[in-house]
Ligand binder design. Structure first.
Ligand code: BYC
Length: 313
């Protein structure tokens, strides 16, 4: 069949709301876009373990420590589901990981900021996982079957992450004046980078057109960002915290919380590798990868002995 005809059929299937599965015909651009997006997402989950992992040894109680350990382990699991989803598109996991370690692949802007106090752990769960849920609930409806199914499972776990974060925030917000100050300071530092997680404005987003046409994304960056702000502002007010935005105001006609302009220079700087912690994050990932070499070798030897394909990267 000619590619033009195949493309028409492919687009008609997407319009009917059918899922595209790994062995189905797909345009090369669709495959490339998915590999780009799913691998960036997988890298984000794995690099995202670092800022919170930094606080496991300093959690203020055994309960907090167990919850944080479980959360950070969940993020590793999310990375694994996502690398598997990317592999269904014919790319090798090893190749994707090399791209990350060589600094050629992007991962979420948000993980290039430091976690300075325990309050940051609460605020990451509340804001960062909260933003991820808004984005990923949309991606659970994505046209690519393996990605959408991975998102359903991930979102269930993200809900627990968000609740544990908000519980820390609410506890500190009604604690001593020092605790309240600490949690407000964390909100002040994480608010704007969390809004940046949704990507550039729709007018500056080169990938959105194609992704929306093929229903990889079903909502735009700005639509999702607005939804996140609308959900989060009342949650901040409920525990007596303020949002660090003098332009924030409620518009009763649209039902939206309108907000000020994001510092896009900062966004582009951070995603191009020059944020506060980019170098530290990459150093930590490379070290972990080198120290894990013996595990990969052992797994490969076991797989070879039993005639299996090794999937360890
Ligand atoms: N950070 O055309 P655009 C988590 C890049 S982890 C970095 O709008 P698109 C968690 C973009 O890649 C959850 N880069 O792109 C884990 C593109 O560059 P390239 C992470 C960004 O794809 C541990 C360029 O800017 N979630 O929850 O249409 C602990 C232009 O952008 C960012 C995901 O990865 C960014 N924020 O839309 C706690 C979700 N934004 O590739 C929590 C999956 C944009 O052309 N990804 N860029 O060189 C997506 O939904 C979409 O890819 C985005 C961007 C909305 C992020």
């Amino acid at each position: 069949m000619e590619d033009k005809k195949r493309l028409e059929e492919f687009e008609a299937r997407i319009q009917r709301g059918e899922k595209i599965e790994p062995k189905d015909w797909m345009p090369e651009r669709y495959r490339k876009q998915l590999i780009r997006m799913i691998s960036q997402h997988a890298h984000s989950e794995v690099v995202g373990m670092l800022p919170e992992g930094n606080w496991i040894t300093r959690a203020p109680s055994l309960r907090r420590k167990l919850v944080l350990l479980a959360k950070v382990q969940d993020e590793a699991g999310h990375g694994l589901y996502l690398y598997s989803a990317a592999e269904t598109l014919g790319v090798d996991r090893q190749e994707l990981i090399e791209q990350l370690l060589e600094g050629k692949a992007k991962y979420s802007n948000i993980f290039n900021y430091p976690t300075l106090t325990w309050a940051d752990i609460g605020v990451i769960g509340w804001l960062v996982d909260g933003a991820a849920i808004v984005n990923q609930t949309m991606l659970a409806k994505s046209s690519y079957g393996p990605y959408s199914r991975a998102m359903i499972r991930i979102c269930k776990e993200e809900n627990f992450h968000k609740r544990q974060g908000y519980e820390i925030v609410a506890t500190m917000a009604k604690g001593t004046p020092e605790q309240k100050k600490m949690v407000q300071d964390a909100v002040n530092r994480w608010w704007w980078p969390s809004l940046m997680m949704f990507g550039p404005h729709d007018t500056d987003s080169p990938n959105s057109g194609e992704l929306l046409r093929w229903k990889v994304k079903t909502k735009t960056n700005d639509e999702l960002r607005q939804r996140f702000v609308n959900l989060t502002v009342p949650q901040a007010h409920a525990v007596g915290l303020t949002i660090p935005d003098p332009d924030l105001k409620y518009n009763p006609e649209t039902g939206n919380w309108e907000f000020g302009e994001i510092d896009w220079d900062e966004f582009w700087r951070v995603i191009k590798g020059d944020g506060p912690c980019n170098r530290e994050r990459m150093r930590a990932r490379r070290k972990a990868h080198e120290e894990g070499a013996w595990v990969r070798e052992a797994a490969a030897a076991y797989a070879a002995k039993h005639g299996m394909k090794s999937r360890v990267a």
